[in-house]
Ligand binder design. Structure first.
Ligand code: NAD
Ligand code: AKB
Length: 319
């Protein structure tokens, strides 16, 4: 039915593992090539894998031709917290990686490209509550600046060269299959690991720091729905706001306590507090809901229940 051959770049990362597995279910394992700088994640052993550096345009181009690739999902990036430690490298990877993919998509006439943006495009001057699709966007992290510039490169390649590139501004993502790679919202994953293993957690964000968040199954569903939507429904060629829930460290710890009563949280904020303070607490995704029917499933309670049901088994299998 689907005559597609998909390349996932950054497939061993937090989103990459689950997105690759989901795409393989739809398109068939052999039609979804996982690639990363890192070694192959064990969960990806059921299909093709190539070791690939997105910064090496020639090598990427050869793989696209050799594997008859029709679509690319580009997930390789440096996230907010790591990016503040190494701004030059974050800018270089996040920008050049995207430009390499967009150029190859244009040259090889690829059918579609997916590239995620983030709520990190917003800055301290954006509205804090229900931050709209179109608003003041003045990011103050190198990661946010790279996402903002990336959104406009996507729009440019669409307008000028007709590249069908689509994008979502993900909130902080929570998952149990693969660990997060250096973001500010990582606390909301770490807290589950520590709750299961240590029954206590020291949060690097203050107790009342509200941030937009989403459970991974919703993020995967949104990505696939966006990519499968008819092109004429896509009115945003920068990146769509996407929303599910908003909570603080205090609220998520109260939710975890309902399942693990002895769990305790304490607070020791670090440099990531400034990053979190610069972002909105919640975003308005009405345009995504209207354009391609987006609807989230998980809230704080159902996400927490599912995380605590599945994470212990994953942790045991790693021991
Ligand atoms: P991650 O750090 O977990 O994974 C990124 C992967 O890219 C890693 O496996 C890494 O080895 C790989 N990589 C790094 N440099 C590479 C290179 N030069 N060539 C090939 N691979 C390389 O990140 P993630 O959380 O999975 O994020 C994926 C995308 O989604 C990023 O663009 C990120 O900005 C965006 N995003 C993530 C979140 C989140 O909460 N996870 C939220 C918003 C947006
Ligand atoms: C981060 O915290 O950097 C990411 C993001 C929200 O983009 N999780």
């Amino acid at each position: 039915m689907h005559k597609e051959k998909i390349l996932v770049i950054g497939a061993s990362g937090q989103i990459g593992v689950e997105l690759t597995l989901a795409l393989r279910k739809i398109y068939g394992a052999n039609n979804v090539v996982a690639s990363d700088l890192r070694e192959e994640n064990n969960l990806l052993k059921g299909g093709p894998y190539v070791s690939l550096d997105v910064m090496n345009k020639e090598m990427l181009h050869v793989q696209v031709i050799r594997q008859n690739i029709t679509q690319i999902y580009l997930l390789a990036a440096m996230l907010s917290a790591k990016g503040e430690k190494n701004p030059g490298l974050a800018w270089h990877l996040n920008m050049q990686g995207l430009l390499n993919v967009l150029d190859i998509a244009r040259e090889e006439n690829l059918k579609k490209v997916y590239w995620p943006s983030s709520i990190a495009v917003f800055g301290p001057t954006s509205p804090k509550q229900n931050c709209p699709q179109k608003t003041i966007i003045e990011p103050t992290t190198v990661y946010g600046i790279s996402k903002f510039a990336g959104e406009f490169w996507c729009n440019y390649y669409h307008l000028k060269y007709g590249v069908d590139v689509r994008s979502l501004r993900y909130p902080g993502l929570i998952s149990y299959k693969s660990e997060p790679g250096g973001g500010t919202t990582d606390y909301a994953v770490e807290i589950f690991h520590e709750a299961v293993e240590e029954k206590k957690y020291v949060s690097f964000l203050e107790e009342d720091t509200y941030l937009p968040m989403m459970y991974m199954p919703d993020a995967i569903k949104a990505t696939i729905e966006l990519m499968e939507a008819p092109a004429e429904n896509i009115t945003i060629r920068t990146s769509y706001n996407l929303s599910a829930m908003s909570f603080s460290p205090k609220e998520i710890s109260a939710e975890i306590k309902k399942h693990i009563p002895e769990f305790e949280i304490s607070y020791d904020p670090d440099y990531r507090q400034r990053i979190a303070n610069s972002w909105p607490q919640s975003v308005d995704d009405a345009v995504a809901r209207a354009d391609w029917g987006w609807k989230h499933e998980y809230d704080l309670a159902t996400m927490t229940e599912d995380m605590l049901k599945n994470l212990p088994e994953i942790l045991q299998s790693q021991d």
